[in-house]
Write a protein that binds this ligand. Structure first.
Ligand SMILES: O=c1ccn([C@H]2C[C@H](O)[C@@H](CO)O2)c(=O)[nH]1
Ligand SMILES: [Zn+2]
Length: 131
């Protein structure tokens, strides 16, 4: 699957965002080595701190269905073209740490709006438990 197709899957997930409090939709799609794609959207809660980001919903959904390696992740963040273009709209720190559990440092993270990073660029120093 191409980068553009993965971004399309992230956009499709964003259309199902449950974000009545922030009114800020996010969609994510995870590509696995075996070719499967799993998506997620942000799911908010009246108890705000219980909200889960789109990236984590997608990663947890992928891992629930398959142990296949994650080979790419795409995210579509924001309501419209203006928001998509904002440089600050990148995955939050919590999601970066979760990505580091399931993705390699060189795994690409594509952000809708024509920006791509490796996980290492987004999170150069992840927390790793000592042996
Ligand atoms: O990387 C991010 C950052 C924020 N959100 C969601 C959480 C909340 O529902 C809304 C506003 O923060 O966007 C994500 O899904 N991913
Ligand atoms: Zn997040």
């Amino acid at each position: 699957m191409s980068k553009d197709e993965l971004i399309k899957a992230a956009r499709a997930a964003k259309a199902h965002s449950y974000s009545p409090y922030s009114k800020f939709p996010v969609g994510a799609a995870v590509l696995l080595e075996d070719g499967q794609v799993f998506s997620g959207t942000n799911i908010e809660n009246a108890s705000y701190g219980l909200t889960c980001c789109a990236e984590r919903v997608a990663l947890f959904s992928a891992r629930t269905a398959s142990n296949s390696k994650v080979t790419g992740l795409a995210i579509s963040i924001g309501r419209d073209e203006d928001q998509l273009a904002k440089e600050s709209l990148v995955p939050c720190g919590a999601c970066r740490q979760v990505m580091s559990e399931f993705m390699s440092p060189d795994t690409p993270v594509h952000v809708d709006g024509n920006r791509s990073f490796t996980l290492a660029e987004l999170l150069p120093h992840s927390f790793v438990l000592p042996e």
